[in-house]
Write a protein that binds this ligand. Structure first.
Ligand SMILES: [Zn+2]
Length: 258
């Protein structure tokens, strides 16, 4: 599955980089230990398995509670705690399955989904909507970054922006584009570090905002892609806010589950 998004040499390099003992730093943020490789592979396996289960009509949606996150990993570069581009791999895997011709990825992590953007840039079947605080690490995500097929929508948010601000952007810009794309599946890169309590960023989302954002995305999925949603965990660094926000997110998914 990893080879859908990353060259074999990259896969081998990440495996070789994970030490038998101790910790190795791949960059200033991305540190790996012995278990890291299998943990990242299980994240990839989880999203692909979730796609399988949904296509087998076992359920209409799923949440993958995995670590490490994935949305910063580019084709040949680990970044920002991420080793493999989980959401992009899930989208590319889904496109290999019968009945899936187009996929939407929505990333509401506070940081730019630069890895997902890199991995889907040339894929007209995949539309990516990614919102991020700007300026903020990794520095990319300007609205002018549109993908090779205008299949990327970047929503930069100023420090202090609220969940309502993001939902305004969804209404004005993203949802019409998502409707036009007519996806057969929605993948959510669910990072919860836009929460006002998060120490790594400066947005002002509340736990209740994640309920409303998830409702909006599930309503879209109900109306336009048979309710099919696969959500995968990205960032979130205030553990209490993360726990509450994930619970809010999953509660809405469960309400929409059929
Ligand atoms: Zn993040």
């Amino acid at each position: 599955m990893v080879s859908l998004a990353h060259p074999a040499q990259y896969f081998d390099r990440i495996q070789a980089a994970c030490p038998a003992t101790g910790v190795v730093s791949l960059d200033g943020d991305t540190h790996v230990m012995n278990a890291s490789f299998n943990a990242a592979l299980r994240g990839v396996g989880a999203i692909c398995h979730a796609v399988d289960l949904i296509l087998q009509a076992k359920d209409t949606n799923a949440f993958c509670a995995t670590r490490p996150p994935g949305h910063h990993a580019e084709a040949e570069t680990p970044m920002g705690f991420c080793l493999f581009g989980t959401a992009a791999i899930g989208a590319k895997y889904a496109l290999k399955q019968a009945g899936i011709n187009r996929v939407a990825v929505v990333d509401f992590d506070v940081h730019h989904g630069n890895g997902t953007q890199d991995l889907v840039w040339n894929d007209p079947e995949i539309i990516l909507v990614t919102s991020q605080e700007m300026p903020l690490w990794p520095g990319t995500g300007d609205a002018t970054e549109r993908g090779a097929h205008e299949n990327v929508i970047n929503i930069p948010l100023s420090a202090g922006a609220s969940g309502a601000d993001l939902m305004d952007h969804y209404h004005q810009n993203a949802l019409p584009a998502l409707v036009a794309h007519a996806p057969d599946l929605l993948i959510i890169s669910a990072g919860f570090d836009a929460h006002c309590a998060d120490p790594l960023a400066g947005l002002a989302f509340t736990t209740a905002d994640y309920t409303e954002i998830t409702k909006m995305l599930c309503d879209f999925a109900d109306q336009h892609c048979h309710g099919r949603v696969v959500s995968t965990l990205e960032g979130g660094y205030d553990l209490d806010a993360l726990a509450d926000s994930v619970a809010a997110h999953v509660s809405v998914l469960m309400e929409h589950s059929r």
